[in-house]
Design a protein. Structure first.
Length: 289
């Protein structure tokens, strides 16, 4: 029996060094694209994929992320008093049903694999999604919904993948591929951050996963991988062969908001999608290019 996908883990305990000094006292995931923080894009995408339970993996200086999904009673009362209905409505996306969001502390950022292991009690025996809020995706169908559909069809692990230039393989987890129907590709091997000449393909994993709970057992070995970190990719690789494992070429455009240029590109792309801003943004862009 294929268990339905209802849980999501959102790791947000990284140091965000590429955005210093902005991230000295502010969590990277609270940086906004237009007017919404990165974390909210991820939560809204997860909700649209049927996720009901959320677990944030936080670290030092990340309390604003938890606060963001709390009720801001005084703010809401003031907005109501002043008839600021639009501003009030804008808060709807960050309101959660009681008991549906929890946070777990990763005291030391030992790597993405370790962050996921910290959620082991939340995950239990259930399949779960992982969303890295750095990756913001513009698409018709939410990216995680596409992955969830593939999971419900295959009953196994599914990761979102995209082709990258060979020169960039050292930044990603890379697939060794088997059967490929052009959309869904069988994963026969996984390598974290291989050098271009050693990469088995150029299909790279982006920050969306649906995994089976068995991955926790593999993470419990605490093996250090690329960069001395406990890598999720290495633990996922151990499930190949015993469980179905696929990469999904998702439909959509992904912006790497953990990178300065990717973050700026996301601002422009999302602003151009907004009827209230698109005209103004287009006309000022023309002045610069
Ligand atoms: P990144 O590799 O982007 O690292 O992590 P980072 O610390 O966030 O940013 P830079 O590279 O220093 O600028 C990918 C994701 O994994 C989480 C991060 O919060 C981010 O969502 N992460 C990473 C953890 O939660 N814990 C870790 O130990 C490492």
């Amino acid at each position: 029996m294929i268990k339905p996908l209802r849980k999501a883990v959102l790791p947000v305990a990284g140091l965000g060094t590429r955005f210093l000094p902005a991230t000295k006292a502010l969590a990277k995931e609270m940086l906004p694209v237009v007017d919404k923080p990165l974390i909210q894009y991820a939560v809204e995408e997860a909700r649209a994929a049927g996720i009901e339970q959320f677990c944030l993996i936080t670290g030092r200086g990340k309390t604003a992320l938890v606060e963001h999904f709390d009720i801001a009673f005084e703010l809401e009362a003031t907005l109501r008093e002043r008839d600021k209905t639009e501003a009030l409505a804008s808060l709807e996306g960050c309101s959660m049903q009681p008991g549906t969001i929890m946070s777990v502390r990763q005291q030391v950022p030992l790597g993405l694999g370790h962050a996921i292991w910290c959620a082991r009690a939340f995950i239990g025996d259930d399949p779960f999604a992982i969303l890295l809020p750095d990756d913001v995706i513009l698409s018709e169908t939410p990216c995680l919904k596409q992955l969830a559909d593939a999971y419900h069809a295959t009953g196994g692990n599914v990761v979102a993948v995209v082709d990258v230039p060979r020169a960039h393989t050292g930044r990603y987890g890379i697939l060794k591929t088997g059967a490929d129907d052009g959309k869904l590709v069988e994963v026969t091997g996984l390598v974290e951050k291989p050098k271009p000449e050693a990469a088995p393909s150029t299909l790279s994993i982006i920050g969306r996963y649906v995994l089976l709970p068995e991955v926790i057992g593999h993470l419990s070995r605490f093996e250090r991988g690329a960069g001395g970190e406990i890598q999720l990719t290495d633990a996922m690789a151990r499930m190949i062969g015993s469980k179905p494992f696929h990469g999904l070429r998702y439909e959509g455009r992904r912006f790497d908001c953990g990178d300065k240029v990717g973050f700026l590109e996301a601002q422009i792309a999302f602003a151009l999608k907004r009827p209230d801003m698109a005209g103004q943004v287009k006309s000022f862009l023309k002045q610069y290019v």
